[in-house]
Unconditional design. Structure first.
Length: 349
């Protein structure tokens, strides 16, 4: 699977998405400010949400009515989140100029048409639209990758969405997601990541709403192919997702941690093969067997006669059982290192 020029899947670096969502609060200037800020974090993609109020919301929508002081209804809120085609075009161009892949989640068929006119390289299906077959079919028929969040979905519902995408010739990537803002550690569902991978044999991702970098780092250690996290310029910003978002600095920290984790995963350690440097350190910190006190010629060695000191250049501590009961064929001074050629088996042993 490719998103733009980025190859997604096992063996490739994790594709990281910074989700602005509605953090711009309807301000086009703020949306552009997010693009600038996110471009400095190291993620590959910036993602928005494309809302067209008349196409996605009705007068029956009561969810979060009067949720914000400036909006009498939820419909009014979606209306305030809208941008024109030209404004979306400008945001996409700005993202591309900054080296970011531009993505946006469509919440209506009309939004799909708008984004398709911008030649968006992949589609994101929000958790609330996994059962929205007309929307899924419309994006899948473009042949572009479809990234599916599963925060509200059962396995059978995800099965249906993935099947719809696949039979139309598109590739699916499936995100474990929990629709909670913020999401607690107990709700993250890391166990689902491997279940997704085994069930669909597709790229697996985590869409995180915890407001911390920890789930992303844990998911990276499990080899996820995609990570998505909400971002906010400041925790003092206004909006519904602030508590579930990372700050710009935290996104940079997450990117650094994920890339560090990938380097660790790409370099497995063989405990039976030591590097030359490690071999030198092993000698430096190893313990050789020394005479604890003066020893007379012919003395039979007991544990109380011996001490164990750095470096490991002589008979090593691991050989203790082999030399106990042997005799020394010459005198030894206190703290002198024992030599293999000076040891012999007593005749009466």
């Amino acid at each position: 699977m490719f998103i733009g020029e980025e190859k997604i899947g096992s063996g490739n670096k994790c594709f990281m998405i910074a989700e602005v969502g509605q953090a711009h609060d309807g301000s086009l200037g703020m949306a552009h400010a997010y693009v600038d800020a996110i471009s400095k974090t190291g993620v590959q993609a910036v993602k928005f949400q494309t809302h067209i109020a008349r196409a996605e919301s009705s007068t029956d929508e009561r969810f979060r009515v009067k949720c914000f002081p400036q909006d009498d209804t939820r419909y009014d809120y979606w209306k305030r989140m809208e941008f024109t085609h030209e404004q979306w075009q400008g945001l996409a161009a700005h993202a591309n100029d900054k080296g970011l892949i531009f993505l946006s989640t469509p919440f209506s068929l009309e939004a799909v048409e708008l984004l398709e006119s911008l030649d968006i390289p992949a589609w994101k299906i929000g958790s609330g639209d996994v059962e929205n077959l007309p929307l899924i079919r419309k994006v899948a028929q473009t042949g572009k990758p479809v990234l599916i969040s599963t925060g509200m979905s059962s396995w059978s519902e995800v099965d249906m969405a993935v099947t719809e995408v696949s039979k139309r010739g598109s590739q699916a990537a499936v995100f474990q997601c929990t629709t909670a803002y913020p999401c607690s550690p107990e709700e993250i569902g890391l166990n689902v990541l491997n279940e997704i991978r085994e069930r669909y044999m597709c790229p697996v991702g985590l869409s995180d709403h915890s407001g911390t970098i920890y789930p992303g780092l844990a998911a990276a250690s499990m080899g996820v192919s995609l990570l998505e996290t909400h971002v906010v310029l400041s925790r003092d910003c206004f909006g519904p997702d602030v508590s579930a978002s990372l700050t710009i600095d935290e996104v940079s920290q997450l990117v650094e941690g994920v890339r560090y984790t990938e380097r660790m995963l790409a370099a497995p350690t063989d405990k039976d093969k030591l590097s030359n440097g490690m071999k030198e350190l092993k000698v430096l910190f190893g313990r050789s067997i020394h005479a604890k006190n003066k020893l007379d010629k012919g003395h039979v060695l007991a544990l109380d006669d011996l001490t164990f000191k750095k470096p490991g250049t002589g008979i090593l501590g691991k050989d203790i059982d082999r030399i106990l009961g042997k005799a020394v064929m010459r005198k030894y001074d206190q703290n002198e290192q024992l030599q293999e050629e000076d040891l012999y088996e007593p005749k009466d042993s």
